[in-house]
Design a protein around this ligand. Structure first.
Ligand code: FE2
Ligand code: FE2
Length: 273
């Protein structure tokens, strides 16, 4: 029987974006059907690749070499969406990677439910954004994209606490901060298909951050550690640079991220009323 960790590796080693996402959604359905039937698929262990397979296009460039375009033009909005598609594809791999990479650490079944669900949602996000790009006459792969997206995963490949701190609780939480502004850009441009897609993403990303803080807190509680102190130490260890306000305090709270987790990492003082 194929284990969940093996399914994860299959997704990670599929290069084409749409094919990766189709497989990701199929494996998620299989996992949840087996859970519902009371015959869960074993998690197992597997060896994930150091880097997930990627399509031949887009070219991956150093972030400094990726041209910036203003979102005031259709080309600028295409470039912005292309960057989002790249992030979503990376997110599919990140969620399967946490399953495959840390299969040797015994976690409750709900841990796997959460990341399989998140991976299926990221797959849908990638497809939705690709649909928008195609409706605008472009496609994923048409523009260069950031290399180094996998850095956070490589840096935390040996540290589940670090992975949870940096990926869902820093990087995905940042998505909650910036997505409303992006929705405004597309709303002002009258691009309703993209507004709808970004609203789906915005709603579901709260869940991904929440899964991160839930399992980070769970691990800290298991080990009798203060989650806030551990979070600060790990973000300083693995995340390069300060966290950038303004923060989406409301959605971060909804996702279980209190201000005393992130404000001390900005290098600024917490605002006082
Ligand atoms: Fe996403
Ligand atoms: Fe996400």
């Amino acid at each position: 029987m194929t284990t969940l960790a093996e399914m994860a590796v299959e997704v990670l080693t599929t290069a084409d974006g749409r094919a990766k996402c189709a497989l990701s959604r199929r494996h998620a359905e299989t996992w949840f059907a087996a859970r519902a039937a009371g015959t869960p698929i074993p998690v197992g262990t597997a060896i994930p690749p150091p880097h997930p397979a990627r399509p031949a296009q887009p070219d991956l460039l150093d972030p400094r070499d990726v041209p910036r375009r203003r979102p005031g033009s259709p080309q600028g909005r295409i470039a912005l969406l292309h960057a989002v598609a790249h992030i979503e594809l990376n997110a599919v791999d990140l969620h399967w990677d946490i399953i495959a990479r840390f299969g040797h650490i015994a976690m409750p079944p709900g841990f796997y439910d959460d990341w399989v669900k998140a991976a299926a949602e990221e797959s849908n996000h990638f497809n939705l954004i690709c649909d928008c790009l195609e409706a605008m006459g472009s496609h994923y792969g048409a523009l260069p994209a950031h290399a180094g997206m996998w850095r956070a995963a490589s840096d935390t490949a040996e540290d589940l606490f670090g992975r949870l701190a940096v990926v869902p609780m820093v990087l995905e939480a940042r998505g909650l901060d910036v997505t409303p502004g992006m929705i405004d850009i597309f709303r002002r441009a009258g691009e309703e298909q993209t507004v709808t897609a970004l609203e789906v993403i915005y709603a579901e990303e709260v869940g991904h951050v929440a899964y991160g803080s839930k399992w980070f807190n769970w691990l800290c509680g298991r080990d009798g550690l203060d989650p806030k102190d551990v979070f600060h130490a790990l973000v300083r260890q693995y995340f390069h640079g300060a966290l950038k306000p303004p923060f989406n305090e409301e959605k971060r709270a909804e996702a279980g991220l209190p201000p005393d987790f992130y404000w001390p990492l900005t290098g600024k003082d917490e605002p006082v009323d």
